[in-house]
Design a protein around this ligand. Structure first.
Ligand code: GLN
Ligand code: ZN
Length: 765
């Protein structure tokens, strides 16, 4: 035996977004189930054959999905909630009904809840569990796909999300009794996994990968007994088990993981290279193999193969070649499919990257190199890799020195406004002069079909810059006029010129690269193309001043400038791997700081810097939170502190779950924050009171995530409730998020109610 190679999972969207096209055509009634299933099979077979041909020993199967792999598990483990199951739809339609809701004929079911998947931008469907959940081996997806691959000539290693992660990632269903913990269902669930494993073995599978990503969370620490009893059953039940952790480090959980009767343990050495030594020591006297995640599943940088070989060699020296597997650090689903689809990147930039298909070759090559089985082609590839990595390193050391100097020279004064909030507040009263209970919105207004068409025409060259600019100007005028008519106090320009709140800035910043086909699944059929931070970031010219200034010129009401914050821009991009996130965030912050000051100079009196991603960017281990929050808060402050006292800074968060980060939200010291509060969660507002929050707050009075128009009475009630906990002179009245996905009809109606509610509050409080 020798060193093996494996891929933990592959993007399931297709190299040309085939799955998006197929499922959306089906949802729109423009194709049938057969066409969808065929598109799925085509993509799967292509992926398997690609990996097989590249020489990967363990090619994954079962990881494909039409929507979300956790949702697949909900269905094939028999955990479909009754409200979807009762309609007697086909399996495919039930699956989509759970993922995205269904309003057809007599069926009217909302989608199941979706949550961020660990610290990535992928979202999964949350299993709903209760004492009444009856698991069963409901559909044969996993074994069927294994057989399908075999028919296509590829022996695969099926992938399952492990039972403990499945339960821990789930939540109590509505019918669960108080205090119900999903993990209490483990004994009911494990037998279904045993059945699946037996079935796989009967079909001929040699090995199986069981993902237990929760092993990198603090939460897994008390679950050692559950892991032991579960894997005592799953280990011997069927094919040889590789238990996979990823996105972080096992830490103390390794103490029990090393005792599990499994064939191999996979760890993520891209995120946490330091865990290799502990892993080797832990299994040295056993037979367990180690699977080393040395090729990143999370970023798009070419792997430094020589560096990776050092890790592999260390393991081989300690354990022997037959106990070492080289692998992707996690599934490759977070990376775009194929770098060869990029036709517009400069060759020297393209040379830095490696997308899923390129990573497959890196892994296979590493496998061969570790066995000293290199062909002349392989040794040429290794040489080319070395040269390419050197070019990248040289570039890194030579990039923008001025920017680095500026970061090095950040002083404590630059992180602070000139005066404390009470002083600023007086200056802002004079300068902006907003009424009590000022009304405002979060920034975007409906992105209509006309806006999307104009942008497409402009991108394609069907209309020129002048025509596009005229279109945007007209849109802004219209949005301003509507806001004036409705009677809002602090206006916005509506963001019609922005395709996306991160991409719009990325495209104007130096040091950021863009792909044309670098799609990554965010959820279901929604794919995003994250910007790539490739070098030191700077702002060659103002980015938003023109349109903000224009909007202020066409209105007599004060206008709020609108920026995306540094932490969010970084979180929704592929970061550099050669410098810390802290440095990258501060570079972006300095660019934004200049923008904020330029907006002020252009006559903008209020400036909002959105940071919806601060929370989701939190490290997976609580022990790592403090340094993260420190640089996140500093970055925000750096970007907003360059202005005079009279300029009002705003920030917005699309969530309200602040409990564990309250002091950091407070430390941002934004003059005004707007937050989600649609669930009218009084506990949240109580937290503001308990924590002596002194600045102004706008807890959303309108849940914009549905087309429903909240009646005036409801908004009044919400304001009344809020005033029990927030002082009247600190309360701002606004919706709970941007309006870009709404239609004009409900937007206008709701804003009219919002303004009327504020007026009512002024008269009564
Ligand atoms: N200003 C942005 C908008 O209104 C904020 C988006 C967000 O909250 N994610 O669209
Ligand atoms: Zn929001």
């Amino acid at each position: 035996m020798s060193v093996q190679s494996s891929v933990l999972g592959f993007p399931r969207i297709g190299a040309n977004r085939e799955i998006k096209k197929a499922v959306e055509a089906y949802w729109g009634g423009n194709s049938d189930a057969e066409a969808v299933l065929k598109a799925g099979k085509d993509v799967r077979v292509k992926n398997w054959q690609y990996m097989n041909k590249a020489g990967i020993n363990h090619v994954p199967s079962g990881d494909f999905t039409f929507y979300d792999h956790v949702l697949d598990h909900i269905q094939f483990l028999g955990a479909t909630p009754e409200r979807y199951a009762r309609h007697n739809l086909s399996d495919l339609d039930t699956f989509f009904a759970m993922g995205r809701g269904r309003q057809v004929g007599a069926v009217d079911e909302a989608a199941m809840e979706m949550k961020k998947w660990f610290d990535s931008n992928y979202h999964y469907i949350v299993p709903e569990l209760s004492e009444n959940t009856k698991f069963q081996y409901r559909t044969k997806k996993i074994v069927n796909e294994y057989k399908e691959a075999k028919e296509a000539g590829v022996e695969t290693r099926p992938v399952l999300l492990g039972p403990i992660s499945f339960l821990v990632l789930g939540k109590a269903a509505r019918d669960a009794s108080a205090g119900f913990e999903p993990i209490s269902l483990l004994d009911k669930l494990v037998p279904v996994y045993e059945e699946i494993l037996k079935d796989l073995k009967a079909a001929g599978a040699q090995s199986v990968q069981i993902d237990e990503p929760i092993l990198v969370l603090d939460k897994a620490a008390p679950l050692g007994e559950q892991f032991k009893s579960t894997y005592a059953k799953l280990g011997p039940a069927g094919p040889a088990v590789t238990i996979a952790s990823y996105y972080g480090r096992l830490d103390a959980n390794l103490e029990y993981v090393k005792e599990l009767p499994v064939a191999a343990i996979h760890v993520d050495l891209d995120r946490e290279p330091s865990q290799l030594d502990a892993l080797i020591a832990a299994v040295k006297d056993k037979k367990t193999a180690v699977s080393l995640g040395v090729v990143s599943g999370r970023n798009i940088w070419k792997t430094d193969l020589a560096a990776a070989q050092v890790f592999v060699k260390k393991a081989v020296d300690a354990l022997g070649a037959d106990r070492v597997i080289v692998a992707s650090s996690s599934t490759l689903l977070h990376t775009p499919v194929d770098l060869n689809n990029e036709k517009k990147l400069k060759p020297e930039v393209k040379d830095w990257f490696s997308f899923a298909r390129q990573k497959v070759h890196e892994i296979a090559l590493l496998g061969r190199a570790s066995n000293a089985q290199v062909s002349s082609e392989d040794s040429q590839a290794l040489e080319e890799n070395k040269a390419s990595i050197k070019r990248r390193r040289d570039f890194e050391t030579q990039s923008n020195d001025a920017v680095r100097q500026r970061v090095a020279n950040i002083t404590p004064e630059m992180l602070k406004r000139k005066n404390p909030f009470p002083v600023r507040r007086e200056a802002q009263r004079v300068k902006i002069n907003l009424p009590k209970f000022p009304t405002t919105s979060i920034g975007s207004f409906p992105q209509t079909k006309e806006i999307r068409i104009a942008r497409q025409q402009f991108t394609k060259g069907d209309i020129n810059q002048q025509q596009y600019d005229d279109f945007i100007a007209k849109e802004i005028q219209e949005v301003v006029r509507i806001q004036e008519e409705i009677g809002l106090d602090l206006l916005v320009h509506g963001e019609p010129e922005r395709n996306d709140m991160v991409q719009y800035f990325g495209e104007q910043l130096e040091g950021v690269a863009f792909t044309s086909m670098g799609w990554v699944q965010s959820y279901g059929s929604r794919y995003v193309r994250p910007p790539i931070i490739v070098s030191d970031v700077s702002r060659p010219a103002p980015m938003t001043v023109r349109w903000s200034k224009y909007s202020q010129e066409v209105s007599s009401k004060p206008m709020k400038g609108m920026l995306t914050g540094p932490v969010t821009i970084l979180a929704w991009s592929f970061p550099r791997a050669d410098v810390s996130k802290e440095i990258q965030s501060k570079q972006i912050a300095l660019a934004l700081r200049d923008e904020v000051v330029d907006l002020e100079k252009a006559g903008i009196k209020a400036i909002q810097v959105d940071e919806p991603a601060i929370r989701e960017g939190m490290p997976l281990r609580q022990g790592d939170w403090a340094p993260y929050l420190q640089w996140a808060v500093d970055s925000f402050r750096l970007s907003t502190s360059g202005v005079e006292d009279g300029t009002q800074t705003h920030s917005h968060f699309c969530y309200s779950d602040f409990n564990d980060i309250f002091s950091s939200i407070k430390a941002l010291d934004a003059d005004v924050i707007s937050i989600e509060a649609s669930k009218s969660d009084m506990k949240l507002l109580k937290a503001f009171q308990d924590n002596d929050y002194s600045n102004e707050i706008g807890p959303g009075v309108w849940d914009i995530h549905s087309p429903r128009v909240p009646p005036l009475e409801e908004m009044k009630q919400r304001i009344t409730d809020m005033l029990k906990l927030i002082p009247a002179d600190k309360l701002i009245i606004n919706p709970d998020c941007g309006l870009k996905t709404r239609h004009w009809e409900e937007t206008k109606a709701s804003l009219l109610n919002l303004v009327a509610a504020a007026k009512w509050a002024r008269e009564n409080y």
